[in-house]
Design a protein around this ligand. Structure first.
Ligand code: UDP
Length: 312
């Protein structure tokens, strides 16, 4: 019998790509999602597959899965700033109560669990680039605190289960990732700029556009997560692409790719918006022999193909 993995947030951007990868590797996959921000179309193609099952369930409520489980990947959560600002309580619950439920399930099944953490745990960072030993600079009571603190709690309770119960745990700190199946309306800079450029609307850069991010193509991220899950490393690992750019540059690159005549306009910078972000991936390189392979431009062209398909 092949190994069985539970993937929460299965209908989301990252979750659906993980479902594809694990099915491709021959695993039996149980997808779970409450479809709050996920889209069932992202996994519809998997429904006829004999090794795929789907449960429509909110993991912040008690989670039951019949039968054996070898691995759990916890990827359920609103993840874009506008989503978690709209759903602050659900975001806190899925990161805290949801994680607790899944750790309990992992214990009951003697499964290994990998939880999706984030570069947001570094907040508006005071060291640059960010390595895993940095504790971060997060405002707990600011608007982003609902996501950042949920994810920080997630890391803390995961380590506690590891240290106290001897549970096999993995923590991936995911930096900005993009690719097909991102929602054009999720509010994040990359899909928002594509959406605006494709419709000939103004590109809305927040602040002066000098803030930086480092964008990783989804296939690279999935490879890093796959390797981390199968590794024996329990401390957090950054997975992201260190190729850092300003948001102004991102807007210009998207205008070039789409050949759009949209113009760039400037709006207020959201509260606590991190000024810089770049992963230090030395640990992933050393422990997982992983580094990103896709150039940003290559990934953006693949994403553009997808965005065109869903928009036109
Ligand atoms: N941003 C922007 N215009 C938008 C959406 C986002 O200029 O329409 C900026 C945002 O303020 C941030 C950066 O782009 O500085 C990345 O934001 P995103 O929401 O993609 O993710 P974050 O990395 O902040 O979680």
């Amino acid at each position: 019998m092949s190994q069985r993995v539970l993937i929460t947030g299965a209908a989301g951007f990252l979750g659906s790509h993980l479902c594809d990868r694990f099915i491709g590797e021959g695993f039996r996959v149980v997808g779970m999602d409450n479809l709050l921000t996920g889209n069932i179309h992202n996994i519809e193609h998997l429904f006829p597959h004999p090794k795929f099952e789907f449960y429509h369930h909110d993991v912040s409520k008690f989670v039951h899965v019949a039968g054996d489980l070898d691995y759990i990947l916890h990827f359920a959560s609103p993840a874009s700033p506008i989503d978690y600002l709209k759903m602050p309580i659900q975001t806190l619950k899925v990161g805290s109560l949801g994680t607790h439920n899944l750790l309990g399930l992992a214990r009951a099944k003697s499964a290994r669990i990998l939880v999706a953490s984030t570069s947001e745990i570094y907040g508006d960072p005071l060291i640059h680039p960010q390595n895993e030993d940095y504790w971060g600079n997060v405002n707990p009571v600011g608007p982003r605190g609902v996501y950042d603190e949920a994810k920080r709690f997630q890391e803390a309770i995961t380590m506690a289960y590891h240290n106290f119960h001897g549970l096999e745990t993995r923590i991936v700190r995911i930096f900005n990732t993009f690719g097909p199946r991102m929602r054009l309306d999720d509010g994040r800079a990359l899909p928002a700029f594509f959406h605006q450029a494709m419709l000939g609307k103004d590109i809305t850069v927040f602040g002066d556009g000098a803030q930086t991010r480092s964008f990783c193509y989804v296939d690279d991220l999935v490879e890093g997560i796959y390797r981390l899950l199968l590794s024996d490393y329990a401390s957090p690992v950054n997975i992201g692409n260190p190729d850092e750019i300003t948001i102004q540059q991102l807007a210009e690159e998207i205008l070039e790719i789409t050949q759009s005549s949209s113009k760039i306009i400037y709006k207020n910078l959201p509260i606590d918006d991190p000024k810089v972000r770049q992963p230090d991936i030395s640990r992933a390189k050393e422990i997982l022999q992983w580094q990103p392979k896709f150039q940003r431009k290559e990934g953006m062209i693949l994403s553009y193909e997808y965005f065109k398909k869903i928009l036109f």
